[in-house]
Design a protein around this ligand. Structure first.
Ligand SMILES: [Zn+2]
Length: 410
């Protein structure tokens, strides 16, 4: 495995610079498909369906109308680093090495990757790549483009990097930006943005000031979302690439402690859960605005893939047996919803895709599509063969019979 990592690193370090290629090659590079992936952590279909019906997510509704969508089968006991790394590699968590937030007592990081990720597979044949705020990409790795890390970035007031938010200037223990020179450009033009979402408040912080703490926290979450939207808009405008992968994590964080539950649900605390029942649905209304910004960069030749790594559901009655079931962050933080159920089918993710040759208004039923299928499908769009270690398959069902990228690229 070590050998493979070294080989991969060398391949990336010695990637030809776009400036050194001939004009003919440059025009070939230009013709590469344009793909934008927008990850939204833990998007729950139960929450977004009524919002779509009420017209409160007009941008996502337009993607559904123009494209294909469905549930996305996830891995067992899903959490973001575990699932995202399966998305990157189309391999099992035990194979890719990032089995959770913490692996062998160490915060999960890219040094643990044992399988080649999609950004490397795309970089090698000269596809330009941009990754921003995607979970489990810290420290950043060399790519044929740019990478800004996301969830699990370590920094000031976020020493372990788990479920907290260092600012770009506060990152410690590795690089959050590749290439390094991009960091000063981002600080100048985007500002000192938060890389992940805000840490959830502790029971002690909440006690006696619940409504005020909730409102302050939600205001911070919105600020983070606006900063990250500015980053996405900047990158898509000033540093456009063939392949772009952006991600948001505040929606999931909110769901864990502010999912709209009723008094009979496990963990219900009227002082917290009776206060802002619309806080979690409002996250998706706000996400839809992020999507609106991204859609400005989507034309008829662009593939847009919105993807959720898992859903999130209220805690189950059987978890009452565990006195810490509804506490997180070393058992200090009250949570009333989660997604790391042993059976991943309890909390499927979702995907929404539109682009050249993708069927319109097409719903993929059941759990036939999975998080393993994302990387093979992206490679397929670029006409690249799926490597043997990948366990997923190309989502051929979403492509129209007469205008299939397979036919166009083979
Ligand atoms: Zn979560």
């Amino acid at each position: 495995m070590k050998f493979r990592k070294i080989a991969l690193f060398c391949a990336l370090v010695f990637l030809p610079l776009p400036l050194s290629v001939s004009a003919q090659e440059a025009s070939t590079l230009k013709a590469k498909p344009h793909v934008i992936v927008l990850g939204v952590n833990g998007m729950e279909l139960d929450i977004i369906r009524p919002l779509i019906l009420k017209g409160q997510m007009p941008n996502l509704a337009s993607v559904i109308e123009k494209g294909a969508y469905g549930k996305l089968r996830t891995v067992s006991a899903p959490n973001c680093p575990r699932v995202y790394t399966t998305v990157f590699t189309s391999t099992d968590p035990d194979e890719h090495g990032v089995t959770g937030f913490v692996v062998g007592g160490i915060t999960a990081n890219t040094h643990m990757l044992k399988e080649e990720p999609i950004w490397s597979m795309l970089s090698k044949p000269g596809i330009t790549v941009d990754m921003a705020n995607v979970p489990a990409t810290f420290p950043v790795m060399p790519v044929n483009g740019y990478m800004i890390s996301g969830m699990l970035t370590r920094g000031k007031n976020c020493e372990d990097g788990v479920l907290c938010a260092p600012k770009l200037s506060e990152v410690m223990g590795g690089d959050a930006v590749y290439p390094r020179g991009l960091q000063s450009e981002l600080l100048k033009n985007v500002g000192d943005f938060y890389i992940d979402c805000e840490r959830m408040p502790s029971a002690a912080d909440l006690k006696g000031h619940e409504a005020a703490v909730i409102d302050q926290w939600l205001a911070r979450v919105q600020l983070i979302r606006e900063q990250q939207t500015k980053l996405f808009d900047y990158l898509l405008t000033e540093r456009p690439t063939d392949f772009t992968f952006l991600a948001q994590s505040c929606e999931d964080r909110t769901g864990h402690w502010l999912y709209p539950i009723t008094p009979f649900n496990v963990g219900y605390n009227p002082n917290i859960n009776g206060v802002r029942q619309d806080a979690f649905p409002n996250q998706y209304i706000a996400f839809d605005k992020v999507l609106g910004t991204v859609l400005k960069h989507v034309d008829a030749h662009t593939y847009l893939l919105i993807l959720s790594d898992h859903g999130i559901k209220p805690l189950r009655e059987f978890e009452e047996k565990d006195p810490h079931a509804h506490m997180d962050h070393e058992k200090t933080t009250p949570v009333i919803a989660k997604h790391d159920f042993a059976d991943g089918d309890d909390v499927p993710g979702s995907f929404f895709v539109m682009g050249p040759g993708i069927k319109n208004d097409f719903r993929l039923m059941g759990l036939g599509a999975s998080v393993y299928d994302i990387a093979p499908t992206i490679l397929h769009i670029y006409g690249l063969e799926q490597p043997k270690q990948m366990r997923g398959h190309v989502l051929t069902e979403i492509f129209g019979a007469t205008d299939n990228r397979v036919a166009m690229h083979k």
